[in-house]
Write a new protein. Sequence first.
Length: 215
Amino acid sequence: MLENKSVKEIISLIKKKEVSVREIVSFYFERIKKFNPSLNAIVSIKDEEEIIKEAEIKDKNFDENKPLFGLPLASKDLLDVVGFPTTYGFPGYKDYFPKKNSIIVDRQIDAGGLIIGKTNTAELGVGAHTANRLFGITPNIYGNSQSSGGSSGGAGVAVAANLLPFADGTDMMGSCRTPAAYANVYGFRPTPGLLPDYRTNEKRKIFQLFQHQDV
């Protein structure tokens, strides 16, 4: 149904009411269940019944003015999403549950997106390969013996495998662009400072701890 459709085409189908949000969510969930066990691209995921209910609510409250309306999305596991742990791929933070969303997450939700999970990252977001001690390795979409790049390898592989229509990433030195290149998809790095960010006092403490402890 949606295998060969671009994000623009999917949004157009939603706006024309030729496909329901429930159908879109179900399509991606089926692909996640089929392919993610071997790809390990999505490492935390919301209960399927819960997200289906959210999709059905969207269908009853259609809003064509929201540019991401009805699209299932997963945030890189460096970003805060209420209801999911923000682990950074680091065992010490497997049970860290934020009380506030990252700004980009709030903006995706405000634009009509449905956050269904978190994508894998290099541990602490540092490294050219997507591997960590908490969730393990996300291999390349073209072969389990190859690297998916890093640190946003989970996002790149999820998009390449059509587990998500698109995904966010972070990029200081190629962390989004490299996985995109390895997966043969597009990766964009916005101009530094264009997208706002924040660091709560709690998160400052976390990053200070990362800098001083033996990880």
